[in-house]
Design a protein around this ligand. Structure first.
Ligand code: PAF
Length: 283
């Protein structure tokens, strides 16, 4: 596995492979890789000739009060996971090279990022949009894979690629969960033993919402109420948002007709967790 650190070397590698007709798959990450990333890497490996994983803790998607400095960076472990999964290139650019003095471009995907994570973390999606666009420009992938866990991020990236004609196929893969249902996330390492015990309530609440819809309940307010009640079983959980939404626009739905996504964000102590569930009504 090749480790590429400079931007020109990444571009040169991709240009060469593209000239040779090689299909390039790409999994962008911030490192601290877990089985969720592994499943994206495996899916990409199966469908592409060459596979790039980027490891870059992107400072512009963190607000000044967020956890940039203490974000986990187990680089040796990450590289060995990539090596074991047959990754061809681990792209590890530096923040200085990505954002040199004088960097000024902003990219906003306004409608899709207005609510939910976008409202809770106003800096976040601007940073994601810029870094993803830059990474795509250097890696030049044919296909890039994202996890459903960050549903709004994947929706924003799809819109960005469409609006800016970036020419990358975006695949969104299902969330990988721990045995007790907790969605895998690099931030789960921050949970104390007690918080970790409580955290699966998030996916349990989503399951309750899904089951109510499967049982024919279409009243969103009733579904959200039942889910809130599940979460309230643990007083340390603070719900930031919980909403049944249109899966494309991410606007709240008053009534469910065909498809929906249930989005939820909570705080358990100082740790913020998000999760979601896609629901399709079979006729
Ligand atoms: O999902 C992530 O890990 C990040 O937001 C991404 C897409 C790698 C951009 O920094």
């Amino acid at each position: 596995m090749k480790i590429i650190r400079t931007l020109p070397s990444m571009t040169a590698w991709s240009e060469r492979l593209r000239r040779e007709g090689v299909t390039i798959g790409f999994v962008p990450t911030m490192g601290a890789l877990h089985d969720g990333h592994r499943s994206l890497i495996r899916a990409a490996r199966l469908q592409c000739d060459a596979l790039v994983v980027s490891i870059f803790v992107n400072p512009t998607q963190f607000s000044p009060t967020e956890d940039l400095a203490k974000y986990p960076r187990p680089i040796a472990k990450d590289r060995s996971l990539c090596r074991a999964e047959g990754v061809d290139v681990c792209f590890e650019p530096t923040a200085q090279a990505m954002y040199p003095e004088g960097f000024q471009t902003v990219i906003i995907v306004p409608a899709i990022t207005k609510l939910w994570e976008g409202a809770s973390r106003p800096h976040h999606f601007g940073g994601v949009a810029v870094v993803v666009t830059k990474l795509f420009g250097m890696v030049r992938p044919h296909v890039a894979l994202f996890g459903q866990k960050d549903y709004q991020q994947a929706a924003a990236v799809k819109q960005l690629v469409k609006d800016l004609n970036l020419g990358v196929a975006i695949q969104v893969r299902p969330t990988v969960r721990e045995r007790d249902g907790l969605a895998m996330s690099s931030r789960n390492v921050y949970l104390s033993a007690n918080e970790r015990r409580i955290a699966p309530l998030l996916s349990q609440a989503l399951q309750i919402g899904k089951r109510m819809i499967a049982d024919g309940i279409r009243d969103v307010a009733a579904i959200e109420r039942a889910m809130q009640q599940t979460l309230k079983r643990e007083p340390t959980i603070q719900v930031e948002y919980l909403s049944v939404c249109d899966p494309d626009s991410l606007e709240p739905l008053p009534v469910i007709t065909t498809r929906a996504v249930i989005l939820v964000a909570v705080r358990i102590g100082s740790i913020r967790l998000i999760d979601n569930m896609l629901v399709k009504i079979s006729s």
